[in-house]
Design a binder for this molecule. Structure first.
Ligand code: NDP
Length: 245
């Protein structure tokens, strides 16, 4: 450990990038507070981290419910005394062509990916301001920079996360609050499991053939978190080297 331990809350820590980030930041000596709906997974991860000498705890979390996210942040502070970093990572990607009219999936995508991030900001920002500092890390995607067929709503949600993060950065430009947008390319995780549309699911098999390990994205997040207080890593785009997307 080469830096002061921070209290880091991570949404969507039950699999994929959130889980890998919990492992990496705990290994770096930080206190990690984990949220998601699958608490069995969170419990197992907390046991694994603590068995290795790390500091971790969890709470059930649905990021679509603002009060739940407030409760999550409050529980992190209760457990570890403060909140230094909020990683708004929870996301879903039920891709489909717009003409398939999977309206409930559109709603869920916006609810989790956009409103979930806003709820995270609403819960964490007042705490960080009162403490005199903090770091919001929002997970977007390469889909925050480009649109592809079947991904219109997902990309819209990630464009929104990018816009919100940039607005937050500008509004918080007093040196106390840092804002980092992390945009991964294809990464090994359970994200594509939520694709119900058969056409989109088939198309994704080829698209997702070359993927980063989730730990590579976690390493990027750890880099941003480990910078000195005066340094704000604003955007990280992390793709597999063999990706042309
Ligand atoms: P996973 O599906 O493996 O993880 C998604 C996480 O989000 C799970 O922990 C899930 O937990 C959680 N989640 C989903 N809905 C909710 C909810 N309503 N409330 C709380 N937690 C929720 O996928 P990834 O690790 O890949 O996804 C993490 C982030 O990375 C997402 O924002 C995704 O868009 C982004 N991303 C991923 C890429 C990839 O190729 N994998 C590429 C670019 C961006 P649970 O179901 O237990 O609630």
């Amino acid at each position: 450990m080469t830096e002061a331990a921070k209290v880091v809350a991570i949404t969507g820590a039950s699999s994929g990038i959130g889980e890998a980030t919990a492992r990496r930041l705990a290994a770096d000596g930080h206190h990690v507070f984990l949220g998601a709906r699958r608490t069995d997974r969170l419990g197992a991860l907390v046991r694994e981290i603590t068995a290795q000498g790390g500091s971790a705890a969890f709470r059930a979390l649905d990021v679509t419910v603002a009060a739940d996210v407030h409760g999550f942040v409050a529980a992190a502070r209760e457990r570890f005394g403060r909140l230094d970093v909020m990683v708004n990572n929870a996301g879903v990607m039920p891709l489909s062509p717009l003409a398939a009219l999977r309206v409930e999936e559109w709603d869920r995508t916006l609810d989790v990916n956009v409103r979930g991030v806003l709820h995270g900001i609403a819960a964490a920002l007042p705490v960080m301001r009162a403490q005199g500092g903090g770091h919001l890390v929002n997970i977007a995607s390469v889909g925050a920079y480009e649109v592809s067929p079947t991904a219109a709503v997902y990309c819209a949600s990630k464009f929104a996360v990018r816009a919100i993060s940039e607005g937050l950065r500008q509004e918080c430009g007093d040196g106390r609050i840092r804002v980092t947008l992390v945009s991964p390319g294809v990464t090994e995780s359970e994200l594509a499991d939520s694709i119900g549309d058969p056409t989109a699911r088939e198309a994704m098999k080829a698209y997702r053939a070359v993927a980063l390990p989730a730990a590579a994205v976690a390493d990027g997040i750890a880099y941003a978190v480990s910078q000195p207080a005066g340094v704000d890593v604003n955007e990280l785009v992390i793709r597999p080297a063999a990706s042309a997307q």
